[in-house]
Design a protein around this ligand. Structure first.
Ligand code: SF4
Ligand code: SF4
Length: 229
């Protein structure tokens, strides 16, 4: 997945949760706030803050950022046939990576090249001189596209993992080892249609919710837990 497509998904969400690490005020703490990205191009994803804010200091000190968001709102729209919360089909997005502050000249050059987000940044910097622009230049993440009632397809999930700026990611989902005897019990417990028969059976990683039902049902202990992104 290219950065352009990732930025398009971010634009669809609007505001996201931005989480940083604070190491300057005693024991390390994580902090979250709502913010948004200004722009995206081949070099990364751009956002702003003010040089006088703790957010700025945390970015400069740790150079780390994690973001997540949901489209549409994530509001529960009722209950399903099992009494569980019902959500409209949509997707969540998350990215964890490294940031760097942009020099003013870089912002200017991108604006001059026609980047509308950077043009807005320049306009706002004239009004608020403390504004600083950061680039999430390296990261990995996932779009978790859900349709729990199978309104638009025959399986609930379609997970797409991605990386940029030299980062790498692990594929989603649990793993089935060669210890599998093809007994079929795991398929019966998977409500995500994420296991395909075979010798051994296979997990369709894009559909797996990592719920663990299959791990608990396997008589051969042939199913391994997933790895983080
Ligand atoms: S339950 Fe275990 S042994 Fe049986 S098919 Fe699934 S992975 Fe293979
Ligand atoms: S972890 Fe859950 S979703 Fe994934 S294959 Fe196993 S039962 Fe299905």
């Amino acid at each position: 997945m290219q950065l352009g497509a990732i930025f398009a998904a971010i634009e669809k969400i609007g505001c996201l949760t931005f989480t940083t690490l604070d190491t300057a005020s005693g024991p390390p703490q994580i902090h979250s706030r709502i913010a948004h990205f200004l722009a995206g191009d081949d070099e990364g994803l751009y956002f702003m803050t003010m040089a006088v804010k703790p957010f700025y200091r945390q970015l400069v000190d740790s150079k780390k950022l994690s973001v997540c968001g949901i489209y549409p709102s994530g509001r529960k729209t009722g209950k399903d046939r099992n009494g569980m919360p019902l959500f409209e089909p949509g997707f969540t997005l998350r990215i964890t990576g490294d940031v760097r502050e942009l020099a003013f000249e870089t912002v200017q050059a991108k604006a001059d090249a026609g980047n509308a987000g950077m043009q807005f940044a320049l306009y706002d910097m004239a009004r608020y001189p403390a504004i600083r622009i950061f680039c999430l230049h390296c990261g990995k993440g996932e779009i978790y596209d859900y349709d729990f009632e199978k309104d638009h397809r025959h399986h609930k999930l379609l997970r797409t993992r991605f990386a940029f700026g030299g980062e790498r990611f692990n594929r989603s989902g649990v793993r089935i080892s060669d210890a599998c005897t093809s007994c079929g019990r795991c398929v019966e417990t998977c409500t995500f249609d994420a296991i395909a028969p075979g010798e051994p059976y296979q997990v369709i990683s894009e559909r797996c919710d990592e719920c663990g039902n299959c791990i608990l049902s396997c008589p051969e202990n042939a199913i391994c837990e997933s790895k983080t992104i």
